[in-house]
Design a protein around this ligand. Structure first.
Ligand code: ADP
Ligand code: GLC
Length: 492
């Protein structure tokens, strides 16, 4: 067993401070579990304008902080707050983070200076560790935004008295985002001309930040074993497979955990009623309250399918758009959809309730409370993703006895067990072909189970609620990965 480790989590999102998707939940959940296990954890985030300084008690910390970017020295400030005892540090730099979005403007256009913003943030995070004398055993970076941390450690801090002992772990949450940018910013990023090669940062004449980070990382992980396997195959990783294959045993999949303090039907403070496997009645009450809230017909005996999702291509909601009207025409079922993202999907799902009053409810936007209500009050939870590195909502749904209907890909395949009509075993309904027809038939399979095989439905709900994906458990796998990274560490 590893003794007490010093771990610096460097990330672009962390719940509750700044969240776009599951990355935020993973960073905070993992940090909390490591802290609870007695490790010395710090979290470093950008000080986005959207972070509510008053609510989270942000206080000024080291200032000024000088950060070398190429041959420019940028001067920024830092702030700090505590998250349940874990010190959180924020890199404050108006030019890069004093704007409304994390990654994009309100029209969903990526900020053009994103490579500079996150390269700078990552370098500043390491500089902050130096200035405050925090000598990490592990620097844990997440996705392309902080993928340069392993590279900076090896290029600039190998002999550093504070950072020289750090091994690096890079967790890939989604290969659809690799940090691919024109070459113009390469000098600013300070990665040295000699490293602009096809095995490191260069890709078709541009920069690939994730690829370079992966090269330098002492260990790389992704968020489920199946996604780790899929991404090693030629079609599974958007051109990235050879670089993942090259990592050999130093690229592995660890399924995300869930913070059951935040996602627990017995204590969830967002919910109007509570429930547990022993006292399930409260679930029906949440369902009725949910139906009322989103203007569905209030009826305990009609199955309700919930969706909470970023409305982006990966999530396969075009497959739902291609089947939902046939489903509500042919089956006695209701839908509630919560999401925001691409305009085409927003324009389709937003007005849909007007055409199917009482049968379909939708809310376009981001709403944490409604997300909890849908996860808790629905009978089924649909995720028809084309690919899904892990996915968290289906894991939350299991705990609330809301049976997932998922495409068998990535983490969806690893966390949901297929229903067996002979025995009633399993926790959900999986399909393989990414098509509207598969969504139609698999929702039909769930709906027919709801009406015709009630004992199986009850059995599956009980099995689902008993599944354990707690961070306490998953964090042990990360500690194993940290040990492996420390053993791997060598100069490149
Ligand atoms: P991803 O990170 O790809 O979006 P995950 O399933 O890992 O997918 O995580 C999604 C997280 O974001 C969940 O916590 C989910 O509840 C939340 N979420 C997504 N869209 C919304 C929304 N519109 N309103 C509230 N929460 C949302
Ligand atoms: C990414 C993936 C999602 C995963 C999340 C947290 O956003 O799309 O599948 O659950 O990261 O790891």
């Amino acid at each position: 067993m590893i003794s007490r480790l010093k771990i610096a989590m460097v990330a672009s999102e962390c719940y509750p401070f700044a969240k776009v998707g599951g990355l935020a939940d993973v960073v905070s959940g993992l940090a909390r579990a490591l802290y609870a296990a007695g490790h010395d954890v710090i979290i470093i985030l950008p000080r986005y304008a959207a972070i509510d300084a008053e609510k989270y008690g942000l206080r000024p910390f080291i200032s000024p902080l000088g950060v070398w970017m190429g041959d420019t020295q940028e001067w920024c400030a830092t702030q700090t707050a505590s998250y349940g005892g874990i010190p959180v540090y924020f890199i404050e730099f108006e030019r890069y983070f004093g704007r409304p979005g994390l990654y994009n403007d309100p029209e969903f256009h990526d900020y053009r200076d994103n490579p500079r913003r996150f390269g700078f943030f990552t370098r500043a995070a390491l500089q902050l560790c130096r200035d405050m004398g925090f000598a990490p055993d592990i620097v844990h970076a997440h996705d392309w935004q902080t993928a340069l941390a392993p590279a900076y450690l090896k290029i600039w801090h190998w002999d550093d008295p504070v950072l020289g002992g750090a091994a690096s772990v890079l967790t890939i949450h989604n290969l659809a985002h690799q940090g691919r940018y024109p070459v113009d910013d390469y000098a600013y990023l300070g990665l040295q001309p000699g490293n602009f090669t096809a095995d490191k940062f260069e890709e078709f004449g541009g920069i690939n930040m994730l690829k370079g980070g992966l090269y330098y990382a002492d260990l790389a992980t992704t968020v489920s074993p199946t996604y780790a396997r899929e991404t090693r195959t030629p079609h599974g990783a958007d051109g990235f497979a050879p670089f993942l294959v090259r990592k050999g045993a130093s690229y592995l999949g660890i399924v995300n955990g869930v913070d059951y303090e935040l996602w627990n039907p017995a204590s969830d403070h967002y919910l109007p009623s509570h429930f547990s496997p022993q006292a399930i009645a409260g679930k029906a009450e949440v369902k009725l309250a949910l139906q009322r809230r989103v203007s569905l017909e209030v009826n305990p005996n009609i199955p309700l399918v919930g969706v909470v999702s970023r409305l982006v291509g990966q999530k396969g909601l075009d497959l739902l758009a291609g089947s939902i009207e046939a489903i509500v025409r042919d089956m006695a079922v209701q839908f509630v959809i919560l999401g925001a993202g691409e305009k085409g999907l927003e324009w389709y799902f937003g007005p849909l309730p007007g055409r199917y009053p009482g049968r379909i409810g939708s809310y376009i936007g981001y709403n944490e409370e409604l997300a909890h209500w849908i996860v808790a009050g629905s009978d089924f939870f649909l995720m028809p993703s084309y690919f899904e590195p892990c996915g968290l909502n289906q894991i939350y749904a299991l705990k609330y006895g809301t049976l997932p209907i998922v495409r068998a890909t990535g983490g969806l395949d690893d966390t949901v067990r297929q229903y067996d009509e002979a025995s009633g075993a399993g926790t959900g309904f999986k399909f393989f072909e990414p098509s509207a027809r598969s969504v139609y038939y698999t929702v039909g399979w769930a709906v027919s189970t709801y009406y015709d095989r009630k004992p199986h439905l009850r059995q599956m709900i009980a099995t689902a609620m008993g599944e354990d994906f707690s961070w306490a458990h998953q964090a042990r796998d990360y500690l194993g990965a940290y040990a492996q990274a420390m053993a791997n560490k060598r100069r490149l």
